[in-house]
Design a protein around this ligand. Structure first.
Ligand SMILES: Cc1ncc(C[n+]2csc(CCOP(=O)(O)OP(=O)(O)O)c2C)c(N)n1
Length: 566
């Protein structure tokens, strides 16, 4: 019987599942794993990060742009606790991220070993599947189970704990096998019940003014063509959530753009209210998308809900038809079913069709465009969005943090191609996501431009990773929206607490100088006229760049936000 060490078997299992990149940070308990990574020929590139939190965010964005499982790793104790934010973000966003933590030896448990922690309990509420190993012999089956759970059904995160002694124990090589199709997601798609498809088609066809609202599901499922075909056949406008951006190209005549309290506007809300039937697709109909379940209004609107996770359907809205299944298969089936009754698209010129979408878009962009031309100081956020819109190629990936970037880019940046190009961490919206996530996105999609847009609050959370970006020589452009305040919260204090500002302002930072010190080519922009040249030069450079833009604070801006407390 040929044998491998536990660590070697683990690396081989990742390799067999098609893993090509691992993001992580070293530690005592990880030494056997690192040694196996060092010695074996596995064609996996390890990206050393400066914080386990970043490693998980990188793996998350990497998974989002590649459609492959993202893998991150960190050591026991502090490494395990630091990696958590990215794991839960991925899990709640239905993105398969495998978090590997190493652990103290099984044989040493309960003896007050440095870093001892119940890591399985720690990850339980944050993952779809989770196991700390006790025996090396179980490594192959545990890795197989993790990949099965991550990429089938509703995708999600998994955690595997590798104790120190388990990494050194023998594993029978004959057990080391895998199904490589489980390394990409969604794997093993599930088709909807034809009876549910027939009922959904009947409901949609009987509606006067149907509207599609897409969450992250269609992009995850790669259902863009099927969605467009259904929308065009029935002349149904398509709205998205923030995570759903990319379900349809935003210059498509039926694309309404983002709706909800963060990125929606009064003009887009009016169309949501006009719908007599909403088809939610791969969408949890959560508080932000629905403006706290008021738009659309439960009970007043008929609902058809398509989701791969049956538990989501009916959680927030009385639902007429539930369709459980993969978004691509469901939308294709729905289109085929509808095509039995409809040959040419209905005339919706008087109701909710492309004319209504065009009017809503024109209204929304009229106010935006005026502000985007403003020469006022500090620079208007609208000007930053408009300038990047002009400069960026169609295939660029934008990663946007919470704060100013998320609502502004969701509302006003027009993604001209369908597919995953806009990334924001909408499960928890934790600050400091965009900078490390851009690393994962750039490594996952090296041929596309990549821009990370962050507030100065977020920059403070993530700036340690500038070293990683420089070390890897990644041509990422970072844009810091500098307003010396936790602006989103200040805006909440202004709108909901009569401007009683408390503990939200911090000192203005010299972000360009900080980045420069790490070796990033940087610009600081205070004059609106200097914005375009600085961004153009940053985007044209072949290494990492940062543009620090002194910007109008969010509480004074005309942000596309209807409610500051989500
Ligand atoms: C880790 C974390 N802590 C707190 C919050 C709450 N929060 C949401 S937005 C925000 C302010 C963001 O400030 P900044 O990054 O400077 O962007 P701005 O809103 O000023 O544009 C805060 C503190 C959060 N989202 N994440």
């Amino acid at each position: 019987m040929s044998q491998l060490s536990g660590a070697e078997a683990f690396v081989r299992m990742l390799q067999l599942h098609g893993v090509r990149h691992i993001f992580g940070l070293c530690g005592d308990t990880s030494l056997p794993l690192y040694d196996a990574l060092q010695r074996l020929d596995h064609r996996i590139t390890h990206i050393l990060t400066r914080d386990e939190r970043s490693a998980a965010y990188m793996a998350d964005a990497y998974a989002r742009v590649t459609g492959r499982v993202g893998v991150c790793e960190g050591p026991s104790g502090g490494g395990a606790t630091y990696i958590l934010p990215g794991v839960v973000e991925a899990n709640e966003s239905s993105i398969p991220v495998l978090a590997v933590t190493t652990d103290i030896a099984v044989g040493a448990r309960g003896r007050y070993v440095l870093t001892e922690l119940d890591q399985e309990a720690l990850f339980r509420p944050l993952t779809k599947w989770n196991r700390v190993l006790d025996r090396a012999a179980k490594i192959p089956e545990v890795v197989r189970a993790a990949f099965r759970h991550m990429t089938t059904g509703r995708p999600g995160a998994a955690h595997i704990g590798l104790p120190f002694d388990v990494q050194r124990e023998p594993v029978d090589e004959a057990d080391v096998h895998a199904d490589p199709t489980l390394g990409v997601f969604p794997a093993r798609r599930t088709a909807p019940d034809p009876a549910a498809i027939a009922a959904a088609a009947e409901a949609i066809l009987s509606a006067e003014s149907p509207l599609l609202i897409c969450g992250g599901g269609p992009v995850i499922a790669g259902a863009m063509a099927e969605l467009e075909a259904l929308a065009e056949l029935l002349e149904i406008p398509v709205a998205t959530t923030i995570s759903g951006q990319g379900a349809i190209a935003e210059d498509h005549p039926l694309a309404l753009g983002v709706v909800g309290s963060n990125g929606g506007t009064l003009a887009t809300r009016a169309l949501v209210d006009q719908a007599d039937l909403v088809v939610f697709v791969g969408c949890r109909a959560g508080s932000v998308t629905t403006e706290r379940w008021r738009h659309p209004a439960p009970g007043k609107v008929r609902v058809v809900h398509v989701d791969v996770d049956p538990a989501v359907i009916g959680a927030n809205y009385p639902t007429e038809v539930a369709v459980v299944g993969d978004a691509r298969l469901a939308l294709a089936a729905l289109r085929d079913e509808v095509a039995r009754f409809v040959e040419i698209p209905p005339d919706r010129s008087e109701g909710l069709g492309r004319e209504a979408v065009a009017r809503a878009r024109a209204e929304k962009f009229a106010a935006f465009q005026e502000l985007s031309r403003s020469d006022e100081v500090p620079i208007r956020p609208e000007r930053i969005v408009a300038t990047l819109q002009d400069l960026l190629p169609e295939d660029a990936v934008i990663v946007a943090d919470a704060g100013t970037p998320c609502p502004y880019f969701s509302a006003y940046f027009q993604q001209r191609r369908a597919g995953r190009q806009f990334i924001s961490n909408r499960a928890h919206g934790a600050l400091g996501y965009a900078l490390p996530a851009a690393v994962g996105a750039k490594i996952g999609r090296p041929d596309a431009g990549c821009v990370a847009v962050m507030g100065d609050g977020s920059f403070g959370f993530a700036s340690g990773e500038l070293e990683t970006i420089v070390r890897l020589g990644l041509p990422i452009t970072m844009v810091v929206i500098a307003n010396a305040t936790f602006g989103w919260i200040k805006a909440g204090q202004r709108s909901g607490f009569e401007g009683r500002y408390f503990a939200v302002d911090f000192s203005p930072g010299q972000h360009a100088r900080i980045a420069e010190a790490y070796g990033v080519r940087s610009w600081r922009v205070e004059d609106p006229a200097a914005l375009q040249p600085a961004l153009a030069a940053a985007l044209a450079a072949d290494g990492p760049t940062l543009v620090d833009v002194v910007t109008q604070p969010l509480h004074e801006a005309h942000a596309p936000v209807s409610e500051w407390i989500a």
